[in-house]
Design a protein around this ligand. Sequence first.
Ligand SMILES: [Zn+2]
Length: 169
Amino acid sequence: MTLLGGAAQCRLSDCVAATLGDKVLDIGEEWRCSGCNKAVQATLSTCIVAPPAVLFVHLSRFEQRVQVHQQVGAAAPPQVQRHSAVVTWDVNGFTLPLQGTPKAAQYSTTAVSNHHGGLGGGHYTAAVRAPGSAGSGWAAANDSSVQPLNTDASLQSAANYLLCMEKQQ
Ligand SMILES: [Zn+2]
């Protein structure tokens, strides 16, 4: 999912809206027509037609920016930027829009993978829904340590990287 640049906080539904939808393909990425074999400017439509039973959401935390130097042919090394926005969503009832409103599917989050650090090195932790455990029903896993989470509100942070969701019946 596309993260909204610059914002300290954004909603997952806004990321979904920024990822899905129509995009006019720019010059240099035209579509080659199968009829006349010419490169034509086309519209790329991205939508979800059939909701999956298990939905993995990858938050695009890293963005590569190529800065072209004024001298021809001399490109600076690509700059990788980490988006640190806290993405918020309804853990127990995230709504995934489907093609053709007002159809939608409801998902509950079952696990969250977190990435701490940069592109060159970092550390992964996870939060998992652990039915029957004390507190919120969630547990935090960090290497060999597994601790109950007091509240599912502590799931959402700038480290969130992958979200695992199950479709509600
Ligand atoms: Zn054509």
